[in-house]
Design a protein around this ligand. Structure first.
Ligand SMILES: C[S@@+](CC[C@H](N)C(=O)[O-])C[C@H]1O[C@@H](n2cnc3c(N)ncnc32)[C@H](O)[C@@H]1O
Length: 498
């Protein structure tokens, strides 16, 4: 099961509604309808929980989305045009209700309203860059024509890259398409330049006396002077290699320079950049680098940790201090809301296991577990390091001795050194007795209970670092910053403006 919902119309509209203050540029890379499942945190790729599923079906949600668009079409010209366009596509896609043509119908019903809302929140001088691949770019371009107007189409940018060639009987697919549209006639435009074809870099060189040695020497200006011309719509930018320093392990991460190029050309410092499908935050990293303000949205909580990591490491920004995160539970009331929604259960489990530094696992039903992690710990006695494996199970409902017994069985089967049973309710005395039965894990003269409990409560939210007292591991759990819903800054005010 996938932790993300395909169409969250109610929440999406509410959020876009809050964005009425407007943004200056939208740069976004939505799901492509690629038919792939994306796993994240590749270290245990076979067992990792899916970050999101880019597979679409003509299901109840897709049909509800179409009904909603038809309803909105009565009040809005743009929705009316979108509705007509989708109706036209129904014929192109043979009104299919199963198979690949129906998947495209569902995908377009998902994307259509989001394009309309992106257009609505843009300032009159704003622009949108929509990153797509050849699977759906031709359909999306027509939808963009409908929403933005044919006259506001600026470019179809080809992002050209190299990757391992396949063996199929067709040309190798080695490009993505970025559709560039403006809201109106006048836009912000900082003409981007590139070296003229065939031009070789020239360095300014001169001879002068070195002030320190007094001897003559040749100086070379660092600035490379090249013959430049206005940039073309074909961009040769390498894809992120698996060992690239920039890589965060998020499955669909794009190179930052790609997004820097769009933002630099079509906005000014201080402008607001929106990415409604921001993944691990490439757009927001690019925006921050270029001194723009930013708003990122993503449906999966798994995107939040890599996003925070890059903002901390590259820009020294801390959540709750420098920016706000909305979506992580910040108190028990929000946890209750999250677990009450069946569709959000995985989000909750992901959140819980990542609090203790574990990676979410795939959903394998009962007998499985929700989080895993292993750390090499050094034993000074025998001068050797040893892999210590920790697994965790998250239970949002009632627990009893038999649910715990199943987890203990998994703990033995996986040969994990420590198992953490995460609950929302207190554990019974019978369950506590099982902790004794499971014994201890010895490391460096210290005994760690093999079975441990973490009951999530308000105490945790008040002081996340207290987790190190609740759970005993041979290493320290880094406290994750709690989100500050009520953190006030210009972006929050913008989002709350109605
Ligand atoms: C192609 S990826 C974006 C990758 C991003 N450009 C980066 O470099 O990390 C698309 C993202 O859209 C998110 N997504 C899927 N459905 C969504 C929805 N309904 N609302 C918001 N985000 C969604 C996925 O979780 C995924 O992170």
């Amino acid at each position: 099961m996938c932790p993300c919902e395909k169409f969250t119309s109610e929440t999406t509209y509410k959020f876009y509604e809050k964005l009425k203050g407007g943004v200056d540029i939208v740069c976004t890379d939505p799901p492509f309808n690629s038919g792939r499942n994306y796993n994240t945190f590749l270290s245990e790729s076979q067992s990792q929980r899916t970050a999101f599923v880019d597979t679409w079906t003509w299901d109840d949600a897709a049909q509800a989305a179409r009904r909603e668009i038809a309803q909105l079409a009565r009040e809005s010209e743009t929705y009316a045009a979108l509705n007509d366009a989708l109706y036209g596509y129904d014929y192109v896609l043979q009104k299919a209700t199963s198979g690949p043509l129906s998947a495209m119908r569902a995908y377009l019903a998902f994307m259509g309203p989001r394009l309309v809302e992106c257009h609505r929140v843009l300032h009159p001088t704003g622009c949108m860059y929509l990153h797509c691949d050849p699977t759906a770019s031709h359909y999306l371009k027509s939808l963009m024509d409908v929403v933005f107007g044919v006259a506001n189409f600026r470019n179809e940018i080809v992002w050209s890259y190299r990757r391992w060639a396949g063996k199929s009987q067709k040309y190798q697919s080695m490009h993505d398409t970025i559709l560039f549209y403006s809201k109106g006639k006048d836009i912000v435009w900082n003409t981007p330049m590139e070296p003229k074809a065939g031009s070789t870099p020239k360095y300014k060189r001169w001879n002068a006396r070195d002030p320190e040695t007094g001897k003559m020497r040749t100086y070379t200006d660092k600035a490379v002077i090249v013959n430049e011309t206005n940039m073309r719509d074909v961009w040769e930018i390498p894809r992120l290699q698996s060992r690239a320093k920039e890589r965060l392990g998020y499955p669909t991460q794009k190179p930052r320079v790609l997004y820097e190029r769009m933002i630099e050309a079509s906005s000014k410092p201080g402008d607001i950049v929106l990415d409604p499908f921001c993944g691990c935050g490439t757009t927001i990293d690019a925006a921050e680098t270029l001194n723009r303000q930013w708003i990122g949205i993503d449906i999966t909580l798994l995107a939040l940790d890599p996003m925070q990591k890059r903002l901390r490491e590259r820009h020294g920004l801390e959540p709750s201090v420098d920016y706000e995160i909305a979506g992580y539970p910040t108190n028990m009331q929000e946890v209750t809301l999250l677990v009450r929604d069946q569709k959000k259960y995985h989000d909750f489990a992901n959140w819980a296991v990542t609090r203790i530094g574990l990676e979410p696992t795939a959903d394998v039903g009962d007998g499985g577990f929700d989080g895993i992690g292993s750390v090499k710990v050094w034993n000074p006695r025998n001068q050797k390091s040893r892999n210590t494996r920790v697994i965790a199970e998250v239970k949002s409902g009632r627990t009893n001795v038999s649910t715990l017994r199943a987890f203990c069985h998994t703990l033995r089967e996986t040969k994990a050194q420590i198992g953490i049973f995460i609950t929302l309710t207190p554990v019974s005395s019978g369950m506590k007795a099982m902790q004794e039965e499971m014994g201890t894990f010895q490391h460096n003269g210290v005994s760690y209970p093999r079975l441990q409990f973490w009951q999530i409560d308000d105490g945790y939210f008040a002081n996340p670092a207290s987790l190190n007292e609740t759970i005993q591991l041979p290493w320290r759990i880094e406290s994750r910053h709690k989100s500050a819903r009520h953190f006030k800054d210009e972006q929050t005010e913008l989002m709350l403006k109605s």
